[in-house]
Design a protein around this ligand. Structure first.
Ligand SMILES: NC(=O)c1ccc[n+]([C@@H]2O[C@H](COP(=O)([O-])OP(=O)(O)OC[C@H]3O[C@@H](n4cnc5c(N)ncnc54)[C@H](O)[C@@H]3O)[C@@H](O)[C@H]2O)c1
Length: 419
């Protein structure tokens, strides 16, 4: 199939390159010229393990290419919308990029005879594909809804292991308006050993939102129980081991820590909450999920303050990305921790193997270091905020106070956030 992907961020670029890997001919479209140039030069603007090598392979085979020109889209059969859906002030999702991309796509499809299929992959609130994307597309393209295949295919990849997740998904959910569109979208994933769930578009949209709300709530519950365990002098990691042996609970996603971040969990929970409130539905669980999460990064600084005077001290911050394996710092715990440290008069040294360029833009006053070892030089204490493997080595720290927010190391002067 000939596919076009609108938006070349973490989801669009990974999906595009992986669809090429599955044997399709892929055209990626982005409005940012520098991103398109960098992609066509074989340099992904984002870091994901395995992505660069796969991108270069498909560029040289001619099975993948990027452009800023929507006019090339009619030459493809199916278009995926993968643009961002950030939060608005009230927590609901900002659909302006979805609307803009849909209109530009519709205009480009005006001259195309026959049918074209459009699949929403961006995370959007229930009913967006049916009530926003479909009508906008029909209006901008001048096509009847019978000439447009419309579907919603949420993306479940995890940053850090995105390529692996895309090529070995737990499930593929396809919310299609009709049988033909379902068959077309399902055929794109042929060759992957996975379960395919067919729904209507609004149910597919809700599955994505509900999955993220569920996972985020689980993390906040784990973190709250972890905080309690620490107050009791217990190690939550052992407690989690025992809890996770119950098959109704399972062992995954039971790690307590300094909070979840990234471009999905916080914004998607806020958006489900805003949606529920707009419909008069109570949101006690979602409220608690967010408030526990806001407290966890601050807890890192509180633990530090219990052990030393922060004002005038030099603190080494290890890990800035919201999780290992990515350069993404959106809503990362490090943003809260570093602003708190600076506000309290500490000097901050920081190191992250991937996320320093993005972080430097937000915090130019921090001293950025080329390794964990260099970062720890001259510091009075260290805070570990991302579980990069390289922070596990206990010999890095000597007798320095280490507050570990992710459970990666143990030294002789160490404190864990929940153990
Ligand atoms: N990042 C994740 O791990 C993840 C996982 C699953 C789902 N999602 C969802 O997927 C969507 C995209 O997320 P992301 O992290 O890839 O976002 P991103 O911000 O990394 O990328 C969005 C891209 O869209 C481009 N864009 C914006 N408007 C455009 C337009 N009109 N035409 C063409 N390109 C345009 C931007 O330049 C950018 O490159 C969001 O809805 C997100 O919630 C993200």
């Amino acid at each position: 199939m000939r596919l076009s992907i609108i938006g070349t961020g973490y989801v669009g670029l990974v999906s595009g390159v992986c669809f090429a890997e599955l044997g399709h001919q892929v055209l990626c479209v982005d409005t940012v010229k520098e991103k398109v140039e960098s992609i066509n030069a074989g340099e992904p603007p984002i870091f994901e393990e395995g992505l660069e090598e796969m991108l270069q392979r498909h560029l040289s085979r001619g099975t993948f290419r990027a452009t800023t020109d929507y006019e090339e889209v009619p030459g493809t059969d199916i278009t995926f919308l993968c643009v961002g859906t950030p939060s608005l002030e009230d927590g609901s999702l900002d659909l302006r990029y979805v609307r803009r991309a849909t209109e530009d796509l519709g205009k480009a499809l005006r001259g195309k005879g026959g049918r074209h299929t459009v699949v929403v992959k961006s995370t959007v609130p229930p009913n967006t594909t049916r009530d926003v994307v479909g009508p906008l597309l029909a209006k901008a393209s001048g096509k009847g809804l019978d000439e447009i295949g419309l579907a919603m295919n949420p993306e479940f990849l995890k940053e850090g292991v995105a390529v692996r997740d895309f090529l070995s998904p737990d499930r593929v959910v396809i919310g299609a308006m009709d049988d033909r569109t379902f068959a077309e979208v399902a055929s794109l994933y042929e060759g992957l050993e996975t379960k395919v769930l067919r729904t209507d578009p609004s149910t597919a949209e809700m599955i994505k939102m509900a999955s993220n709300a569920f996972l985020a709530a689980r993390i906040s519950l784990v973190n709250e129980l972890g905080n309690l365990c620490k107050a009791l002098g217990l190690d939550f990691r052992k407690v989690a081991e025992g809890v996770g042996m119950d098959p109704r609970i399972g062992p995954l996603f039971l790690r307590a820590g300094c909070g979840f971040g990234g471009s999905c969990f916080p914004k998607d929970v806020r958006s489900v909450r805003a949606l529920a409130r707009s419909l008069g539905v109570r949101t006690d669980m979602l409220d608690a999920t967010l408030s526990v999460n806001e407290g966890q990064p601050r807890r890192m600084v509180e633990l530090l303050e219990r052990r030393m005077e922060v004002y005038g001290s030099t603190i080494a911050v290890l890990g800035l990305a919201f999780k290992p394996g990515t350069d993404d710092i959106r809503e990362a715990s490090s943003l809260t921790v570093v602003s708190e440290l600076l506000r309290k008069g500490a000097k901050v040294r920081a190191y992250d193997p991937q996320a320093m360029p993005a972080f430097r833009k937000a915090f130019p006053q921090v001293t950025y270091c080329s390794s964990a070892k260099e970062c720890l030089k001259g510091a009075d204490a260290a805070l570990i905020l991302t579980e990069w493997n390289e922070f596990a080595d206990p010999t890095l720290y000597g007798s320095m106070l280490v507050i570990d927010g992710r459970g990666v190391t143990k030294t002789n002067n160490y404190e864990g956030i929940c153990w």
